[in-house]
Design a protein around this ligand. Structure first.
Ligand code: ATP
Ligand code: MG
Length: 431
């Protein structure tokens, strides 16, 4: 006798989004697209796999992502490829490859899964979705303000504005960071006995990243460290000041956080994060900054870029905390078909209704069953109405309508009257 095979399970940290959850995702995605369109940002679609070299060159060899989080493999030609851990590098690669940066400005967005081999926990997964926004060719702080404004509107439209706060910093220029870096190394060397293994390594390779450490034992030595803000030159300082004064004018509150250095190497000048206190340790739902330097690093001519990425799962966790999201029901009408004749007429009638009643969500009972069992399914579907077609209705060329959510009688009617009634009801529902 054959033994039952054990079932194959999903990869740890890579989640299915089940049908009961997708309406919430679609709701968020719809609002995101609407907001992006209202600022005239255009979608770009990018491959999920890129050459490993792209990420090593852009994200930086001494970062969590490149050191330990990438899904890298050799393909059949022995090329080293990597599942994208983030989208900025790929977006810039594509834009350079297709000449989008040549005397032009661009405001772009992309949406899709990213992959990082991290320890899975609430709000931290190995496959997760990001919305990424990247802008090219604009050097002023006005575009910095615009993308922050856009995120601010996004939170408002999603109804989570009171759950997130903005933190802001300037990382200055490469030269300014070098001077600061030397000061920082000097400082941390005076406290070397407190540093953990990771920080000791970073002291040599990427000391600013020590400021980003999540180790609680390091927090007090980190909070007394010299601040980058004090090492900014004239230009960086005025860029930052004009950004903050624009945010003031727009009424967007922010906290300056001189420890905000971001995990990736390619940032300079403005960096920001939107943080929530409602999700525990995984509190950053959106993070971004200016990365002018990356363009030359990837072989382009000197240019300007600023962008951000938002984590969709964390956003969804926040939306779950809201009551009564305005999500339209997934079934308006459930069609019950009793008897062979009715079953034959069901699909054509349903199609007629879909043609006549724009936007209607109509589910036909397929696979037969007694009236009682179909009625149960109709109720369970969440539909507002059941349209019933039985022997009597077929012979008279009529249909019956039964409201499922109100205490009202079933009514016989002509097909045209049904159309009129559904049009009125559905139109008042679709906004
Ligand atoms: P964290 O400090 O939380 O690890 P990060 O600095 O690595 O975040 P970014 O690379 O800036 O994150 O990515 C932008 C956003 O994408 C994050 O703010 C977060 O919302 C989301 N994100 C990043 N990594 C994950 C993950 N493993 N699972 C789910 N969401 C993630
Ligand atoms: Mg991370």
């Amino acid at each position: 006798m054959a033994t039952k095979k054990s079932s194959v399970q999903a990869i740890r940290g890579m989640h299915d989004v089940l049908p009961e959850q997708t309406p919430r995702w679609q709701y968020a995605e719809k609002i995101i697209r609407k907001v992006l369109a209202s600022y005239c940002y255009k979608e770009i679609r990018l491959p999920i796999v890129e050459k490993t070299e792209l990420f090593k060159r852009s994200i930086g060899e001494v970062t969590d992502i490149v050191e330990k989080e990438m899904y890298t493999f050799d393909d059949r030609n022995n090329d080293s490829l990597t599942l994208r851990p983030e989208g900025t590098a790929g977006c810039l690669r594509a834009s350079l490859e297709h000449g989008l940066l040549h005397n032009q400005v661009h405001r772009l967005w992309y949406y899709g899964p990213m992959f990082r081999h991290e320890r899975p926990q609430k709000g931290r997964y190995r496959q997760f979705y990001q919305l990424g926004v990247e802008t090219y060719g604009m050097s002023g702080s006005d575009i910095d303000a615009e993308i922050i404004l856009l995120t601010d509107r996004l939170w408002k439209e999603l109804g989570i504005r009171d759950k997130v706060r903005l933190e802001l910093n300037s990382l200055g220029t490469t030269e300014e960071r070098l001077v600061y870096r030397a000061k920082l190394v000097e400082y941390f060397k005076q406290h070397i006995e407190i540093l953990d293994e990771d920080s000791l390594r970073r002291l040599e390779t990427n000391p600013l990243r020590i400021l980003d450490s999540k180790n609680k034992d390091l927090q007090s030595v980190i909070s007394d460290a010299p601040e980058l803000m004090d090492y900014l030159g004239e230009e960086s300082r005025s860029h930052f000041e004009s950004l903050t004064s624009m945010l003031d004018k727009l009424g967007i509150k922010y906290q300056l956080n001189s420890r905000l250095v971001r995990g990736l190497d390619y940032y300079g000048k403005t960096v920001f994060e939107w943080i929530t206190d409602d999700l525990g340790a995984q509190g950053t739902i959106c993070a971004g900054g200016r990365y002018d330097g990356l363009i030359e690093q990837l072989g382009g001519k000197a240019n300007h870029a600023i962008g951000f990425a938002m984590g969709m799962e964390r956003l969804l966790l926040l939306l779950e905390q809201l009551e009564n999201l305005p999500i339209r029901r997934s079934v308006d009408v459930y069609m019950i078909l009793v008897g062979t004749e009715a079953e034959k007429e069901g699909l054509p009638l349903a199609e007629f209704i879909r043609n006549e009643v724009g936007g209607i969500k109509l589910q036909v009972n397929c696979g037969g069953g007694s009236f009682k069992s179909q009625f149960k399914k109709a109720d369970k579907s969440g539909a507002e109405y059941a349209v019933i077609l039985g022997e009597d209705e077929v012979s008279r060329g009529e249909v019956s309508l039964k409201p499922l959510r109100a205490d009202q009688e079933q009514k016989n009617m002509q097909r045209n009257d049904l159309i009129q009634l559904l049009r009125d009801k559905i139109n008042s529902d679709i906004k």
